[in-house]
Design a protein around this ligand. Structure first.
Ligand code: ADP
Ligand code: MG
Length: 625
């Protein structure tokens, strides 16, 4: 048996890179501009510490397209390289890097989708170019160098007559990548990746109107000026104290030029220990159906755009926010699952949660009225946060609001104080009444209000889950929807009304009703109410309804997907109708009365539909004759 090692020879780097990085080959421009930026920043640093004695000036980076010559030029005025440095930084690194690249690729294959964040740097140029030239002049007093390579390990390196400091990279665009010779394509790439890079980037020129002279002699003239495509000093790199509300709004517009809705408020992030992170997050106005958002939070590393997939970095409940996060401490060339386990990343998510909670509290304390106005637009995010982040739940008590059907907003503590007198059950547990729909539950809201109860309006899609959580956290509290059967039984007040029917009659009535009403769906309950209250009423137990809602929103986690609908039929024994049904001698008439009353009760709960509704209407007309 023979054994050995397969030798990966780096014969031709460029088809290799092309093959493996194909899906993301547009990042070459970002990489080259990043290198040009680094070269310029390094020069500035050398100038600051006195190692570079020449004029730093106002260096820019220029991108040029030569469509006829099929070339892209990336030109900087940074520190440049000597021939030795080209040898060291470009040749050695690049060619040894190719094998390393193959090693990396082995892991990447297990976790598809991570290609693009290898930090391949300079040689990502070979994804789009068949030949690359570097013409570079170091800030040191040494001759310029000219390097040419077609992607094979053969390269040439010779002297060049370039006299001005800096580096020019020339990409000879490959036949299958000519899309990058299109001005619009490059403009779009610059917008996506380089919009906020720290060194000005010139891409062509543009016409600008300037004013010459003063007063009456003033003339307007059109001039050609550099077209600078980036904002080197974006708002998030500044201190919050330097920025006005208008600046924050302006930056939002810069980020999302197509977004016309103004954000509700912003949160400026700024931390340098134990990790580095800056950024600005915006709370957008959310429409009810949590639209598929296309404007997402953008992730930057030192002002270079990386991705708008911030999953794992931003807590899940804040994924609908917009804005930017910039951190050099987020490991990018690793898989997403690794990211979730990374300690730094977890800390970042916690920090963001904490900042958001602090901001919400400040907004609430500083201007409660305004906060209440925004409540409808932010509540879903906060509800989701309370459900998914224990740390956020702890803090949310300070600012989470409970609105009533009449638009009064209570904090939990305020609500408790308000209802503690009037709304308790026999064990002293607070009974919080709520409605989910003012229209549909109108009659029940009115009845509860008439008794002096506070009724909340909790209408978010995930409210059932939140209520469930609140009840488990708050011992002495239970939530009951206004049309649940339990209200009357729960909140017993003063002397209860005495039934007009004797116990014997009540048993008789119940038997009659249960013979006619489908008892698999309706549980008959007799109750002594005001004689003028409705004779028949349908209620649904809070528990049943809530469980159904919970499994409808958020998956069938309780295995209750096919739970049958169960209702209570509450019959008011003090209403005259109860008396009539009980004493009717005509069996047919008795049955008709019960059925009609049941249908009316169903109708008022919107439970009568289709064929049954048609039959009901028909029967009602017949009754009139
Ligand atoms: P990285 O940027 O991660 O160091 P790259 O492959 O992008 O890796 O670049 C390799 C090296 O080549 C850089 O570290 C730098 O020393 C040198 N280099 C690349 N582009 C330039 C440039 N425009 N000016 C000066 N040096 C450069
Ligand atoms: Mg680089």
């Amino acid at each position: 048996m023979a054994s050995g090692k397969i030798n990966v020879s780096v014969e031709n780097i460029f088809p290799l890179i092309k093959k493996f990085l194909y899906s993301d080959h547009e990042i070459f421009l970002r990489e080259l501009i990043s290198n040009a930026t680094d070269a310029t920043t390094k020069l500035k640093h050398l100038s600051n510490i006195g190692e570079f004695k020449g004029e730093y000036g106002n260096p820019i980076i220029e991108i040029k397209i030569d469509e006829a010559g099929k070339k892209i030029h990336v030109i900087d005025q940074g520190l440049g390289m000597t021939a030795d440095e080209v040898e060291k930084y470009i040749n050695q690194v690049a060619f040894s890097g190719a094998e390393e690249f193959l090693d990396k690729y082995k892991d990447a294959a297990k976790d598809a989708g991570i290609i693009g964040h290898f930090g391949l740097g300079f040689y990502s140029a070979f994804m789009v170019a068949s030949k690359v030239e570097i013409i570079t002049k170091s800030f040191k007093d040494e001759p310029a160098a000219h390097w040419i390579c077609d992607g094979s390990p053969e390269f040439t390196l010779e002297a060049s007559d370039k006299t001005d400091r800096g580096t020019e990279i020339i990409l000879h665009i490959a036949d299958d990548s000519t899309e990058f010779l299109d001005e619009h394509r490059i403009q779009a790439l610059l917008d996506k990746y380089n919009k906020f890079m720290p060194i000005p980037i010139k891409f062509g020129t543009k016409e600008e109107t300037i004013k010459i002279g003063e007063g009456d002699d003033a003339k307007e003239e059109k001039v050609e000026v550099d077209n600078i495509v980036n904002n080197p000093n974006p708002a998030w790199t500044k201190q919050p104290s330097e920025l006005s509300d208008a600046d924050y709004q302006g930056f939002y517009r810069e980020l999302y030029p197509m977004q016309f809705e103004k954000p509700l408020f912003h949160i400026h992030l700024n931390v340098d220990y134990p990790f580095n992170l800056t950024g600005i997050l915006y709370f957008p106005k959310l429409s009810n159906d949590l639209q598929l958002q296309k404007d997402k939070i953008q992730l930057y590393q030192n002002q270079v755009y990386v991705t708008d997939n911030v999953e794992g970095i931003v807590p899940e409940f804040l994924i609908m926010l917009k804005g930017v996060i910039d951190s050099p401490d987020i490991p990018l060339n690793v898989s997403r699952s690794y990211l979730q386990a990374d300690g730094n990343v977890k800390k970042i998510a916690n920090y963001i949660t904490k900042k958001v909670a602090e901001k919400l509290k400040a907004l609430f304390v500083d201007n409660r009225e305004d906060f209440e106005k925004k409540w409808n637009d932010i509540k879903v995010v906060l509800e989701y946060g309370m459900l998914s982040e224990p740390k956020f739940y702890e803090k949310a008590g300070d600012f989470f609001l409970y609105p009533t059907v009449d638009d009064t907003y209570f904090t939990l503590e305020e609500l408790k104080a308000k209802i503690t007198e009037n709304q308790t059950d026999k064990d002293g547990k607070l009974v919080v009444l709520y409605a989910q729909n003012k229209q549909a539950q109108h009659a029940y809201i009115d009845a509860a209000k008439a008794k002096g109860y506070e009724v909340l309006l909790l209408d978010s899609p995930i409210i059932a889950h939140l209520i469930q959580k609140l009840e488990s956290e708050q011992e002495k509290m239970q939530f009951v929807r206004v049309d649940s059967d339990s209200i009357e039984n729960l909140i017993k007040k003063g002397s209860s009304i005495i039934s007009a029917l004797s116990d014997e009659d009540q048993t008789k009535l119940k038997t009659v009703l249960e013979e006619i009403v489908p008892t698999s769906t309706y549980t008959v309950q007799l109750e002594a109410m005001d004689a003028n209250a409705m004779p028949f009423m349908i209620t649904q137990p809070e528990f049943m309804r809530r469980m159904k809602e919970m499994s409808a929103v958020g998956g069938n986690m309780f295995g209750m997907g096919n739970m049958p609908d169960m209702y209570n039929l509450v019959v008011n024994t003090n209403n005259e109708l109860a008396n009539q049904i009980l004493h009717s001698d005509d069996k047919v008439k008795q049955e008709a009365m019960v059925k009609q009353a049941l249908d009316l009760a169903r109708l008022s709960q919107n439970l009568l539909k289709g064929e049954e509704l048609t039959a009901f209407v028909k029967r009602s007309f017949e009754l009139m004759n």
